[in-house]
Design a binder for this molecule. Structure first.
Ligand SMILES: NC(=O)c1ccc[n+]([C@@H]2O[C@H](COP(=O)([O-])OP(=O)(O)OC[C@H]3O[C@@H](n4cnc5c(N)ncnc54)[C@H](OP(=O)(O)O)[C@@H]3O)[C@@H](O)[C@H]2O)c1
Length: 252
């Protein structure tokens, strides 16, 4: 992994304020990529940026709600004003609302779909054209094991993540001639804020661990390293697919 060199490359990472987005930022920074870090929480983003700079990489922060079209269009202008070229887009920002389908309000349903699916569409529409003509481009979408299997209480999340995998495949075909690859990472349970309700409840936590064949939660850095691999020149023949990294969950 230490041989992967992304110096001279610039990556836009959404949801970089914490969790997997932060881990991916640190991983790409360790390979020398310049980073445009995006989320709504400017203060937390600044902390990620500081950690990135300590690794010797350039980082700029951008506050935006990626579920809002006008904010993504503004973000595109702001990012392009700071970085003249964009080589990598990591669509990581995502939310989950866990409840039975029949209890979802329209607002809650829209919030999940707008963030997890429409947000990725808006980001791709703004930034993928910037990769054209560079002879290199990488899009990585954070999907989920819920793109493949389901759990009760995850209808909006599973629908959004299955949709995002479909978007991944279609976009990969649209931009393959430009040597832009489009892939997804489908994690199983990783110990981040998103899973705080499960991690903080000893009974639910134990139930979850007992469903993971490897018997533990995944670590943020494990996703960071996989994202780094997908960004490498060596991963140039990999497109239109996802890599499931789930401790064996989907093999059952
Ligand atoms: N953790 C897991 O077990 C797991 C498993 C499978 C897939 N995933 C996926 O991996 C991704 C990252 O998950 P995580 O566990 O790191 O989640 P997390 O800790 O809850 O972090 C989510 C990130 O997304 C950002 N975000 C949320 N809504 C946003 C919006 N509208 N606009 C801009 N940024 C927004 C948040 O930043 P702000 O609040 O600052 O905006 C935060 O940085 C998600 O897409 C998630 O679905 C996670």
């Amino acid at each position: 992994m230490n041989q992967i060199n992304l110096s001279g490359k610039v990556a836009v990472i959404t949801g970089a304020s914490r969790g997997l987005g932060r881990a991916i930022a640190l991983s790409l920074a360790s390979a020398g990529a310049g980073l445009a870090l995006v989320s709504r929480d400017q203060k937390k983003l600044a902390e990620t940026a500081e950690a990135v700079r300590k690794l010797g990489a350039a980082a700029e922060t951008f506050a935006a709600d990626i579920s809002q079209e006008e904010q993504v269009l503004r973000l595109e202008k702001e990012v392009m004003a700071k970085f003249s070229k964009i080589h990598i887009l990591i669509n990581n920002a995502g939310i989950n609302i866990r409840k039975p389908l029949t209890e979802f309000t329209m607002g809650e349903w829209n919030q999940v779909l707008q963030t997890n699916l429409t947000g990725a569409f808006l980001m791709c529409r703004s930034f993928v054209p910037r990769m054209k003509g560079l002879g290199f481009g990488r899009v990585i979408n954070l999907t989920s094991i819920m793109s493949h299997v389901a759990l009760a209480g995850r209808s909006a999340y599973a629908a959004s993540k299955a949709g995002l995998l479909g978007l991944t495949r279609a976009l990969a075909l649209e931009v393959a001639s430009e040597k832009i690859t489009v892939n997804a990472i489908s994690p199983g349970p990783i110990a981040t804020d998103m899973n705080a309700p499960l991690l903080q409840n000893p009974e639910l936590n134990q139930q979850f661990i007992s469903k993971i064949p490897l018997g533990r939660w995944g670590k943020e850095e494990e996703i960071g390293r996989l994202a780094l691999y997908l960004c490498a020149e060596e991963a140039g023949f990999l497109t239109g697919t996802d890599i499931v990294i789930d401790g064996g969950w989907c093999a059952q």
